[in-house]
Design a protein around this ligand. Structure first.
Ligand code: MTE
Length: 331
């Protein structure tokens, strides 16, 4: 695993503090309604402010996307956020390379607009919908979620998104729809990693219908108050906080409702190591390493490992969905 060093960041990409402050003033003076309020709220949030002081705010704002206003939510208040710089430079996105620093470097020219998503399978609205129309389906809100990667590290990320349930309700799946399959873009022209046979492209993930409808499951279109950076899955990616990060398919172009359990990319690649459920579970080790603890990225060199919690600490909200299931078999 490689953490991008500060020295790897091109100086022109670091937004000087004054520019950032001026942009905030401009938004307030222009009276951009909710958007300005949200941006101001963002800066008033003590954890955001603290991070501003302690990091260089290496911002990679996705200027190609216009993010509608969003509101705060009750999710995750009080959690110490992972610095923006770590969230946007320590990524898994094999379409842009297999090292953690490669997605930020190789996705700079990726174009997340125009964008459409194809809705397919056991569903009434079997059609293609634009990202603009998706954004009209539900109001956006900020959700601060703990994210646990299957590799043993974790982050706390302030996502901006909407419940996946809203998109599913709009799509009107029929009674045969038992699962939802998500497919990421695989464009060899824009995504250099797709030219390598490291995975069977495109990247595919899946959820059981009740998991997809759970209020915690969101489609994220932003983080840290702005549109999703390319390396985090612009323009839209899945976020399922009680599962390993592997579930969070990025740059989604297809959502298919199925009767059968989808075969995910990682199940196909190494079935003995990656199952369909991917629930965070400290009692079930990965065949090659323990899952009992995690390293919080950005917590500092001397921070110890944190105990990993069942369902990443979200048991109250999701535990009921797995009652009676053997989670050693269904890993
Ligand atoms: N989606 C696609 N299309 N390709 C990927 O390689 N990696 C997954 C997930 N979504 C991946 C993906 C893994 S393993 C993780 S841990 C998360 O993205 C990381 O998300 P982040 O980089 O925004 O933290």
């Amino acid at each position: 695993m490689i953490i991008q060093k500060k020295s790897d960041i091109i100086p022109s990409e670091i937004t000087p503090r004054e520019v950032f402050e001026n942009r905030r003033k401009f938004l307030q003076q222009a009276g951009f309604g909710l958007l300005a309020g949200a941006a101001a709220g963002l800066l008033a949030n003590p954890s955001y402010a603290a991070l501003g002081k302690s990091t260089s705010l290496h911002r990679v704002s996705n200027s190609l996307i216009k993010l509608p206003p969003f509101s705060k939510s009750q999710y995750g208040g009080g959690e110490k956020l992972t610095p923006y710089e770590d969230v946007t430079t320590y990524n898994n996105y094999y379409e842009f390379g297999t090292s953690k620093d490669e997605p930020a470097i190789h996705s700079k020219l990726f174009k997340p607009v125009p964008w459409t998503v194809s809705i397919e399978g056991q569903v009434k609205k079997n059609k293609t919908i634009s990202i603009e129309d998706i954004l009209k389906l539900a109001p956006l809100e900020e959700r601060i979620y703990r994210m646990r990667c299957i590799e043993g590290w974790s982050m706390v990320i302030p996502w901006i998104g909407f419940p996946l349930a809203q998109l599913i309700k709009w799509a009107e799946p029929n009674a045969n729809a038992k699962y939802v399959e998500f497919t990421s873009l695989a464009d060899a022209h824009q995504m250099p990693g797709v030219n390598l046979p490291v995975l069977d492209w495109p990247y595919v993930e899946g959820l059981r219908m009740d998991e997809a409808m759970n209020p915690l499951t969101i489609m994220a279109v932003g983080l840290y108050g702005e549109a999703l950076p390319n390396q985090n899955g612009a323009p839209m990616r899945l976020v399922v906080p009680w599962k390993y990060g592997i579930k969070g398919a990025k740059a989604i172009v297809k959502i298919r409702f199925t009767e059968e359990m989808p075969i995910t990319t990682w199940m196909k690649a190494i079935p003995s190591e990656y199952g369909f459920y991917s629930n965070v579970n400290p009692q079930v080790p990965h065949p090659r390493w323990t899952q009992t603890s995690e390293k919080r990225i950005g917590a500092g060199l001397f921070a110890g490992r944190i105990k990993t919690l069942m369902f990443n600490g979200y048991t109250e909200q999701v535990g009921h969905m797995y009652a009676g299931m053997d989670l050693r078999k269904n890993f």
